[in-house]
Design a binder for this molecule. Structure first.
Ligand code: BTN
Length: 106
């Protein structure tokens, strides 16, 4: 994973990879996706990358939630699947799954 690098997904959210030293990813993620909370704030992102794939995790502190993305880098594309862990209105720990494709901007 090139570092520094900057990626954007189809929802408009941004991943800035500050470093990927010996496989450990550090950066920030800014959510801009419609229908989600905790928008427009850069949150710390951390994870790991290897030739076989990568994952990264973002904790949305003000939302009591976090998301884990798992995927692969393929040229300037990074298709991922994600799981958002949150607490629902009844206080029940819940999950939401989806997919994001990130495109390298620089
Ligand atoms: C929340 O609503 O609890 C925090 C924001 C979650 C944003 C999710 S993470 C997966 C999906 N991809 C995005 O770019 N944004 C949403």
């Amino acid at each position: 994973l090139p570092a520094p690098s900057f990626w954007k997904n189809e929802r408009g959210s941004e991943l800035f990879v500050l470093s990927a030293n010996s496989g450990a990813i550090q950066g920030t993620f800014t959510n801009h996706a419609h229908g989600f909370a905790c928008q427009d704030i850069p949150y710390p992102a951390s994870g790991a990358v290897s030739p076989r794939g990568l994952y990264f995790v973002v904790t949305f502190a003000q939302c009591n939630s976090f998301t884990r993305w798992v995927g692969k880098i393929n040229g300037s594309k990074m298709p991922t699947s994600w799981t958002l862990f949150y607490v629902d209105q009844n206080g029940k720990p819940s999950k939401l799954k989806g997919a994001d494709t990130f495109t390298r901007v620089w």
